[in-house]
Design a protein around this ligand. Structure first.
Ligand SMILES: [Zn+2]
Length: 423
């Protein structure tokens, strides 16, 4: 997962709103009495079961993590994960065209259909050492929290549901997705919702990383590589020709003057620039990489349009004031598109999740981030990303570690949430 900059704890009023109806009222079809649910015999057995077998879950977390899953190289881990899904009794285990692994647990009916997911990929290149070391309660290894934790937790949920015969009205599809991180650009979850399970999913939970926070705001991003290109030439002999670096400079200056709203938080960054070949040559090209983000899709689109207009205007200005014979050309190449979205605090799904945390004695801490849940949020499917418990450090770094102290609480949280959302 890539975190947004801010975490927040619900105010007492909002929390009361989030919990209203989750306790007893049946104000919405999808509200479940979570406290009563947690006291049902089979559910109690499942919750006790995942606590008792947490050491197995941790072993599984290590086993999964010692199979590399670099960006665009998830296949070996996907094969291992498919076998693990079969071992915990999931049905119709398969790998889709994008490389996502899917396994099913049917309820009494097909719907409501919950997808419970975690991501297979890491940010680490193929030659990274993925051996996991244990130091007391702490596990060290790249990807051990993000997201080997999520992958292990959802398997534990499937195993506990099988072993205790928990009944659900709806069905659950367990998924290991590809392409969540960075340049993967959510390609796994995009394929899941646009092709593999198109129109068939009612709710989506991604278990990503550590802790117990609920990510209900999906920060969207659009990324571009922008190139101005021209004939170039001698700095003295060909003086007067349009310059790609001049156009780039004009556009960077214009982009830096674009106003962005503080709420919804919206940001712009020109992260890299380059171009030219020599101090005494008019450059043949100049390029930049731009990252635009917002927690609101309209604000993001608005910023996107302004940035593109600035880039185009810089081209016209530079071409307009130079010799007309060899104008610059412009290329704008999209290199990332993560839609923004949110699942409102007052929706039954968030109320249910808040009630699960309360029932288990955990604080309701809300978060924004850029995760697999962005995609279903953006098309109106109630979605959350939740932590898998424990406590992680240095995600996306080879020093990544995961402290397993009381991590069973995360497994319990996801188990109770999955059962509640499949009711
Ligand atoms: Zn992640």
């Amino acid at each position: 997962m890539t975190h947004g900059p801010r975490r927040y704890v619900l105010s007492a009023g909002l929390l009361a709103l989030a919990l209203a109806g989750a306790g007893a009222a049946q104000s919405a079809r999808t509200d479940v009495d979570v406290t009563a649910l947690s006291n049902e015999l089979s559910v109690r057995r499942a919750l006790n079961g995942v606590r008792r077998t947490e050491s197995d879950t941790i072993r599984e977390q290590i086993r999964i993590c010692e199979v590399p899953a670099p960006p665009f190289g998830e296949a070996p881990r996907a094969r291992l994960y498919a076998n693990a899904m079969r071992e915990v009794g999931l049905a119709n285990v398969r790998i889709d065209a994008a490389g996502n692994v899917l396994g099913e647990r049917r309820g009494r009916a097909q719907r409501p259909h919950l997808v419970l997911s975690a991501h297979l990929d890491t940010v680490f290149p193929a030659d990274t050492t993925v051996k996991v070391r244990r130091e007391g309660a702490v596990l060290r290894g790249p990807g051990i929290g993000d997201d080997c934790r999520g992958l292990a937790v959802i398997l534990a949920v499937a195993r506990a549901m099988r072993d205790t015969g928990v009944q659900t009205e709806g069905s659950i599809t367990f998924v290991g997705t590809v392409g969540e991180e960075g340049l993967g650009d959510l390609r796994g979850v995009k394929a899941l919702f646009h092709e593999t399970l198109k129109g068939k999913v009612d709710r989506f939970i991604s278990v990503d990383g550590d802790g117990y926070s609920l990510t209900n705001v999906g920060v969207g991003s659009r990324r571009y590589r922008v190139t101005y290109r021209g004939p170039g030439g001698h700095s003295y002999d060909d003086f007067g020709r349009a310059s790609p670096v001049s156009a780039l400079g004009l556009s960077v200056a214009a982009i830096s003057r674009i106003e962005v709203p503080a709420t919804p938080r919206t940001t712009r960054n020109v992260g890299r620039v380059g171009g030219g070949t020599s101090i005494n040559a008019i450059p043949g090209d100049a390029w930049m990489e731009i990252d635009l983000r917002s927690s609101d899709e309209d604000a993001l689109s608005n910023l996107d349009a302004k940035v593109k207009a600035a880039i185009q205007e810089a081209l016209e200005v530079e071409n307009g004031r130079r010799k007309r014979d060899d104008p610059l050309i412009l290329m704008v190449e999209p290199v990332g598109n993560r839609p923004a979205g949110r699942t409102a605090v007052a929706t039954p799904m968030v109320r249910t999740a808040a009630a699960v945390l309360k029932t288990l004695g955990l604080p309701a801490r809300f978060d924004e981030g850029s995760t697999d849940a962005n995609l279903p949020m953006s098309i109106g499917i109630p979605s959350l990303t939740v932590g898998g418990g424990g406590s992680g450090r240095d995600a996306h770094s080879p020093r990544e570690s995961f402290d397993t102290t009381d991590s069973w609480k995360g497994t319990q949280m996801v188990t109770l949430l999955a059962i509640a959302l499949a009711r």
